[in-house]
Ligand binder design. Structure first.
Ligand SMILES: *[C@@H]1O[C@H](CO)[C@@H](O)[C@H](O)[C@H]1NC(C)=O
Length: 173
């Protein structure tokens, strides 16, 4: 046993620790089932080690706030792999991209978003965000599920005026 194997052992131990940290699922459950978020402060107050959001993320940005309090980035979600409810992002005019959601693989849609008195059953809803330029932040997203009225959950991505290529997707959801 020389100093060298001690160093190796230490390195191995650190490796195991790092792996354990990566694998550990941290389930965050919003108290009302939904994180209602309208300011950057709302985001900053969330736990940043959640890998599963056991509920929904509902972001309706407050455009009357001073510029430095509006939602600008989604880094707090950077470990999130699954949202069990729905994901909604509306009117976030200071949000340039969806980076922060880059590990999100699945929106399970156990709860869906219904527009009051209007369209029903959305698992993902990204509307009226002025400067989001692309959806590259959603690069890990593989599954969007949920049981809406017509048997599936709906996805709506519209009126994001700066989003490229949306003309190729067409005007419908
Ligand atoms: C997930 O949320 C439900 C309520 O919607 C709760 O009953 C359940 O215990 C939560 N699961 C975890 C792992 O926190």
């Amino acid at each position: 046993m020389g100093g060298r194997s001690g160093v190796l052992l230490a390195a191995f131990g650190i490796c195991i620790l790092l792996m354990a940290k990566q694998v550990r699922a941290s389930v965050c459950t919003p108290s009302s089932g939904i994180y209602h978020l309208s300011s950057q402060q709302d985001l900053d107050e969330l736990w940043s080690d959640c890998t599963v959001i056991n509920g929904s993320i509902d972001m309706e940005c407050d455009t009357s706030l001073p510029a430095n309090e509006r939602i600008r980035e989604l880094e707090v979600f950077s470990l999130v792999q699954e949202v069990r409810g729905y994901l909604r992002i509306r009117k976030c005019d200071d949000l340039g991209s969806l980076e922060g959601l880059q590990r999100l693989e699945r929106i399970a849609g156990f709860k869906l978003y219904n527009e009051p008195g209007a369209r029903q059953g959305f698992a993902m809803y990204i509307e009226n965000n002025a400067i989001i330029g692309d959806l590259a932040g959603l690069r890990s997203l593989k599954q969007i599920q949920g049981q809406g009225k017509r048997g599936a959950a709906r996805v709506s991505i519209k009126t994001n005026d700066n989003l490229c290529y949306m003309d190729l997707v067409g005007p419908h959801e």
